[in-house]
Design a protein around this ligand. Structure first.
Ligand code: ADP
Length: 248
């Protein structure tokens, strides 16, 4: 399906912590349906940027829009989440004693906003969505197993699946392949590239091989601003990027 316009628009965003500019005149546009990778050395501002999008951190200045209609700087964290912005932190946090299926079921109902319609939502469409997400995450055969016995990779996919239950429009994913085997990384690449187009995905990742395998467009952050942007080949051959990484 063809979509138009950016899903995320950040203009001249600056955030200071005790006078230190963690984000410094940041400009970033992510198109609807895009899969974007954000890379950059430690301290570049990647986490702070994600915190700004989700409303956890409020910038000192700048613009942050979600689509053409939502000015995120006027909204609080829960309202931003309710727009369909999901965030996956690095460490998986699944309910270990519950089955894979129950984790997904809970993810559908956990949002208090849907509680009044809980019973309506858990009918056919909700079950269908669980089946869909089990397929997408490759966890269909694990559906009855307690999440606690899953491999590290499977737990990460389950958590992404839990976010997908709410059909987010924008998914923010923090270092998804840290600690994964080669095979798990390949599976994660398939999962994330499969999501693009249907939803927009922003991935912060350190593993360059993984970034190369999934990214169409890469943004390099450095000292709180965009240092370079383009294909993996373009940014990897950019002398400024090479300098920053060699100096790390
Ligand atoms: P990255 O995720 O790219 O490693 P961060 O966004 O975590 O970078 O941090 C960017 C810079 O801002 C770092 O120098 C970090 O020390 C600083 N920083 C981040 N959060 C805070 C905070 N709450 N208070 C003070 N300094 C912070």
């Amino acid at each position: 399906d063809v979509r138009h316009g950016p899903i995320l628009y950040m203009e001249d965003v600056t955030v200071s912590f005790d006078g230190f500019k963690a984000i410094n005149d940041l400009n970033l546009t992510v198109d609807d349906g895009e899969l974007r990778c954000i890379i950059g050395p430690n301290g570049a501002g990647k986490t702070t940027m994600m915190d700004i999008i989700t409303g956890k951190t409020r910038p000192d200045q700048g613009k942050v829009w979600f689509g053409a209609r939502h000015n995120l700087l006027t909204m609080n964290e829960p309202d931003i989440a309710a727009l369909g912005i999901g965030r996956k932190f690095q460490k998986p946090t699944v309910f270990e004693a519950l089955s894979v299926f129950e984790n997904l079921e809970l993810a559908m109902t956990a949002d208090k906003r849907v509680l009044p319609t809980l019973f309506a939502r858990l009918e056919g469409p909700a079950r269908e969505r669980i089946d869909e997400v089990l397929e997408m995450t490759g966890l269909a055969e694990q559906r009855r197993r307690p999440a606690g016995v899953l491999s590290h990779g499977q737990k990460q996919w389950l958590e992404i699946g839990m976010l997908l239950m709410q059909r987010p429009r924008l998914l923010l994913v923090d270092e998804p392949v840290a600690g994964m085997t080669e095979q798990e990384m390949e599976r994660t690449a398939e999962l994330l590239t499969g999501l693009a187009g249907k939803q927009s995905v922003v991935v912060v990742e350190h593993d360059m091989g993984f970034v190369r395998s999934i990214a169409r467009k890469v943004t390099v952050l450095h000292q709180g601003s965009v240092l370079a942007e383009g294909s993996m080949d373009q940014v990897q051959n950019d002398p400024r990027v090479i300098e920053v990484y060699l100096g790390e």
